[in-house]
Design a binder for this molecule. Sequence first.
Ligand code: FES
Length: 347
Amino acid sequence: MNYDRQRLVISDISQITPDVRCFRFVSATPDRRLAGFEAGQYINLFYEINGSTASRPYSIASSPLDAEKGFYDLHIHGGGPFTAAWLFEHAVKGLPITASMPEGDFYYHPLKDSRKVIGISGGMSVTPMHSMVKAVIEETLDIHLTLFCCWDTFREVLYQKEFEEYAARSQKFHVIFALALEEREGFEKGFISRKMIERYTDISGATLFTCGPAAMYDTLREELAPLDIPSERIYQEVPGEAKWGVKGTEQFEPNIRFFLTVKGRNESFKVVSMRSDETVLIAMERAGLRPETRCRSGHCGYCESELLEGKVFTPEGWTKEEDRGCRFNPCCSFPLSDLVVHTNINL
Ligand code: FES
């Protein structure tokens, strides 16, 4: 038995909005319970798609109590990466799937965090907050949570009715919805700003949980800078996969072909083709290789590899800022030339 992995099976699929589905997973092994988790953590799903291997992290949207009852819910947008499209097309009740154990440190740590918590989410990245909100309502997480959820348009909004019902029955949860691109009654207008937050709550002494796209983190950093909030009081969910088009990539040519020589743990190697507008990790996976991955966002270090020859570009915000010499994370690095890379793969 592999204790890093869980064998799951899809027990139910339901539509939450026109674009988002809830996939419910239970243990595929009757005598093995689901691993417990902290509200805010994610699991990786491992796929075999058309001869390629891939894994994708998804925040668990259900609560820790739900896991004790025997299920995880993942809320997935069909327009996400190709693995999401695959799930929308192929996943049926009874489909077995391998997953990692729950991972990540985006969760409340009672010994160091303030019980006054402010959550700030942008778009679909709200899912870990859904888990935290449920945990507050179920009284397994003893915090006062004020949550700001921002969406571009009303059509995309998730959880509005559910969160408003929770807020109506709990003194410990408040929610504010905002639309960046539309005006609508009951919604704040614009991206979440310091001014908007201060209209509803006092930021001083609070612990902040932020989850959204990289652009939201850039804006928040500037907005909150005058408050000098210590970094240990701000949790930032990993920004998701680096995709061509993020800040910095536009300075390079898309769609150029390079060769990638992948050296494995043993002396063997494999040469594969890659495009300049895909990450080195995606190129490896398309070629059927199985690098070890977790966050796919440059944070966990699982995919860390050695760059023996060539140049890569890692956008700002996708990797730790320490000097790591020729070490790099293929999950968030784009090739600028042919590459020779030493990896953790058993070829
Ligand atoms: S998978 Fe986490 S750093 Fe690459």
